[in-house]
Structure formats: C-alpha cells, structure tokens
Design a binder for this molecule. Structure first.
Ligand code: PSU
Ligand code: MN
Length: 306
C-alpha cells in the first residue's frame, strides 16, 4: 500500500482498512459507460447495499476533480451516472493528465485496481473485464485490464468475459502474464451472460474461504500480480446462448462497419447488444453484478480472518 497525495479515501473506508475490516472496491466505468441512466445509478447503489448486507464496506472508485477517490457518496454516484459518456473513461494511460487538469474520470477495471491498491483494498467486484478483442491479431486491441491483472495485487471478481472478446486468446494472454484464472464452483470459464464458454479455467475453487486462502498465499509468496475469479451468472438470469451470440455477432459487424475502435469499442458493443436483445442483456448484466458483489464481500470477510 502506498498512500498517495492525490488519493482521497472516504472516512468510512479508511477506518475499515485501518481496522482490518472487509472492504470491497467497485468500478465506475460500469456506471458511466457500461449501463444507461438511471439503471446505472440504481445498480451502483444496490451493489453497495448488497456488500454491506454481506458484512463488508463498499468503496466505489472514481476520479473527481483530479482526486483519486476510494469511497463515493450517493450524490457522487448519481453525478457520474447522469454524466454518462461525458465523463472520460479512464484507463492507466489517462491518470496523469486527468489528475494534472483536475478533471473527472470513470475508472475501468485497470484504474480501479490501481486506486484500490493505493487505498489498501484487496478485493474488487465488477461485471466483466476487458480482454483480447476478436480480430486483435490485426487491430492489436487488447484491454489494459489484462496488464493490470499481471502487475497489481488485487483480486477481481467478475462473471467471466463476454464473447465480444476472443475468450481463447484472453486466456492465453492471462497465462503468459501469470494471472491465475479461478472458476467459482466451475471448471469452465463463464461467458458473462451465460454460464459456459467451452474454455477451461485454471482452477475450480468452491467457497469464499478457499478464494481467500488462495489470495492470501499469493500475497505471502510476494507475487506482484492479481487474481481473476470468474463467477457464473445464476442460472435463472442466464441468457439463451443462441440469442446472445447472435446479438454479439451483429454488434461486432456494426462496430466494424462504423469503424469503431479504441476505448469506444467496449461501450459501443455493450450498448448495441442491449439494444439488440431488447434490454434482456441489461437485466442479466445487473443480476450478475449483484451476484459478484455478494461473493466478493464474503471473500473479503474470509480474508480478514487469515
Ligand atoms: N465489460 C462489461 N462492462 C463494462 C466494461 C467491461 O461488461 O462496463 C468496462 C470495464 O470498466 C472494463 C472496460 O475495465 O470496460 C474495458 O474497456 P477496454 O476494453 O476499452 O479496455
Ligand atoms: Mn481496447
């Protein structure tokens, strides 16, 4: 943990970290760019309450007025949700300029991991991570999230990766960079909207205590990287693979036709998939985030006992 002069940790989060109580970090790009208003704000606030119900303190992370914030007020969450795409989607490469300008930024998985680590928070819950995009062999579009998982010691609990990505290449990349990919109660990588992808994870672990023990071992060994926990969407909220895969294929074709690239790519595809599924993908997305928040809070509580 490295306390930084640009970092503001909320009093509640600072007290919890200092006392060794469970804390779970949450990202803000999912609020500004991942979901439409007002569902984005409703979801973000509900995720915080789920974390509390499961015995941990939530720390939603963002950049506001050039300050790196760990722990937002409901008003700050509302502000980010309303501004939506007007807020800069902030990855590692954006931090220095946003801070120097006193600007706002919504943190991706990458920058949420960075700020969580600075604040002493070890567990982070989200929906999906970025990865190696389909066609990356020519576009070189590989999310900075994968590099961050390789170098920052935070556990990220997600619902696997969407097939807007090339899941096979994403797993190869994580292997090369030494990131353990854990399936929670499964040997198969979940594909976000669906429970199965056809790709194997590295290890199946079956309880919050086992997850916490693996993360503790990583810390004790002194490994510098993170750990990726992939938690399948609950069966009752999962989507028909044929329906979702068709929507994803269409969304990718549309993105290619419009020449969408760079940081616009993931938000464009998410919005298009939602439109093509008549909002069903958004309902699934919200439920899987709740499910990940529960698991992350329970794991943070177990980690505090070790
Ligand atoms: N996947 C989702 N919802 C999201 C994102 C990914 O299902 O909101 C966001 C996360 O913030 C993630 C970022 O870190 O997109 C990845 O963007 P890129 O592919 O540009 O690295
Ligand atoms: Mn990208």
């Amino acid at each position: 943990m490295s306390l930084n002069k640009y970092l503001d940790v909320s009093p509640e989060v600072a007290e919890a970290v200092a006392a060794g109580k469970p804390v779970v970090a949450l990202e803000s790009t999912i609020i500004s760019h991942g979901m439409p208003y007002p569902q984005n704000v409703e979801t973000a606030l509900k995720v915080e309450s789920i974390i509390r119900e499961n015995g941990a303190v939530p720390a939603t992370i963002a950049i506001l007025g050039g300050r790196l914030k760990a722990g937002l007020t409901p008003e700050e969450i509302e502000y980010l949700g309303k501004k939506g795409h007007e807020v800069t989607k902030a990855s590692r490469r954006d931090l220095a300029v946003l801070v120097s300008k006193g600007a706002d930024g919504a943190t991706t998985v990458t920058t949420t991991m960075m700020i969580a680590y600075m604040a002493g928070i070890k567990i982070f819950a989200t929906g999906g991570i970025g990865g190696v995009h389909r066609g990356a062999e020519t576009t070189m579009d590989i999310s900075a999230d994968l590099e961050e998982l390789a170098q920052t010691p935070v556990m990220v609990v997600c619902a696997g990766a969407k097939s807007i990505l090339d899941l096979g290449l994403t797993l190869e990349y994580l292997e090369t960079h030494g990131v353990p990919v854990i399936g929670y109660g499964t040997k198969e990588l979940p594909a976000f909207y669906t429970r199965k992808s056809g790709f194997a994870v590295d290890y199946e672990l079956d309880s919050p205590a086992e997850l916490a023990a693996a993360f503790k071992a990583s810390q004790d060994i002194g490994l510098k990287g993170g750990m990726l926990v992939t938690n399948p969407i609950p069966e009752e909220f999962s989507m028909d693979p044929a329906v979702i895969n068709k929507a994803i294929d269409e969304a990718i074709a549309e993105a290619n036709a419009q020449g969408i690239h760079g940081k616009e790519s993931t938000p464009f595809l998410l919005a298009k998939v939602k439109e093509l599924t008549g909002g069903d993908s958004l309902d699934s997305n919200i439920q899987l985030v709740f499910n990940n928040a529960r698991l992350a809070a329970q794991t943070a509580a177990e980690l505090c006992k070790l």
